[in-house]
Design a protein around this ligand. Structure first.
Ligand code: H2U
Length: 350
């Protein structure tokens, strides 16, 4: 009987943040591919697009004019998924048909007035301004009495369902903890009560010791492929210091956070020499006016691309019915990302 080797034998790994298992099949990474092969058109975009609803001074779908902004611009989503209005509700509780009203606010943040840029192509001080806006929004929305959680995220690329290439992200603030946050909070709390330490601080210490899944590191943050990653090039940015939310970040940490976002997303673009699509988002303490020593600031990047600018991983079949599965090991992905340059491919010959 062969002895188990994580690079050769199928195995399951545990995600301690969500309390879920994933299946890793490293022996399958070399299988031939005869499936979908989409072609991506990378057209050059103008710095200003008169037809873009996010460009400065342009008119949005509902007739409102955007400010003539010069760095970031925030507005309330004209097609919000959540509404601020309070409603009366007197439906009797039912075990199998549970329902409750949900209040919230949705905002859109333009990262830059320059239509043709994306985060990796922006300067660190420009990304830092985005981080400052995230801080201000977390504070402003989180201080509303009916807002208990603020989800900051970016959907990048049409393959992720993003409706416009103009650099932008979104914020959804709401009364309840969304499912992913509720699960994460439960697991962080159990760990904190047991060990009196932060789960992610302990995890990061071990990752820095093992040096197998680190992609990039600076004085205050580490970007790594988590041991339990499900997307081929999924990463997690973790703060080295244990703090619960973006408002606890010092000035130095804010700059370091902007720097690591730029370096990581540049590596992503360099991987297949394309504007790398992903959904990314910050996970941090709820704003429910309760102390949350268990929370540890982190940012997830979930990119779908698998083997080229056009071939993505599908979460289908067994993954919809059983559990998430990957072929390329997180260690192999981390090595590939680690070895990529932090100079953007579009600028290397300038
Ligand atoms: P996505 O590209 O990730 O879909 O985000 C764009 C958001 O912008 C989307 O939620 C909003 C959409 O509702 N939007 C406006 O608020 N005003 C507009 O004029 C068009 C789109």
């Amino acid at each position: 009987m062969q002895h188990f080797h994580a690079n050769e034998h199928p195995h399951r790994r545990y995600n301690p943040l969500l309390g879920e298992w994933i299946l890793v099949s490293p022996h399958r990474a070399k299988r031939p591919w005869q499936g979908q092969n989409e072609t991506l058109l990378e057209e050059t975009k103008p710095e200003y697009d008169p037809n873009c609803y996010l460009c400065a001074g342009n008119i949005r779908a509902n007739g409102i004019q955007n400010e003539h902004y010069t760095d970031c611009f925030v507005f309330e989503n004209d097609f919000s998924a959540l509404l601020k209005d309070e409603v009366t509700f007197d439906k009797a509780p039912s075990e199998l048909f549970q329902l409750k009203p949900e209040r919230g606010i949705n905002k859109v943040i333009c990262f830059s007035p320059k239509h043709h840029l994306t985060l990796p192509e922006m300067a660190v001080d420009e990304i830092e301004k985005v981080v400052q806006v995230w801080k201000a929004q977390y504070l402003e929305l989180g201080s509303l009495d009916y807002i208990n959680y603020v989800q900051i995220f970016e959907n990048k690329g049409s393959i992720m369902g993003c409706s416009n290439p103009h650099p932008h992200g979104q914020i959804w603030a709401q009364s309840s903890l969304p499912t992913q946050i509720e699960k994460t909070q439960k697991n962080l709390s159990i760990y904190y009560q047991k060990h009196k330490t932060s789960l992610l601080a302990d995890y990061l210490k071990e990752e820095l010791k093992q040096q197998q899944r680190i992609v990039i590191e600076n004085t205050h943050f580490v970007a790594l492929v988590p041991f339990w990653a499900i997307w081929p090039y999924e990463t997690l940015i973790i703060s080295k210091r244990h703090f619960g939310s973006i408002i606890a970040m010092t000035a130095e940490e804010t700059t370091a956070f902007a720097e690591i976002i730029k370096s990581l997303t540049t590596k992503y673009d360099n991987l297949f020499e394309t504007s790398f699509p992903y959904s990314s988002g910050i996970h941090q303490a709820p704003t429910d006016r309760i102390a949350h020593p268990e929370w540890h600031f982190h940012m997830h990047f979930y990119p779908p691309l698998l083997r080229s600018a056009s071939i993505k991983k599908f979460m289908v079949g067994y993954e919809m019915l059983g559990e998430a599965q990957r072929d390329l090991s997180p260690e192999q992905s981390a090595q590939i990302l680690r070895e990529l340059p932090t100079i953007h491919y579009k600028t290397k010959n300038l």
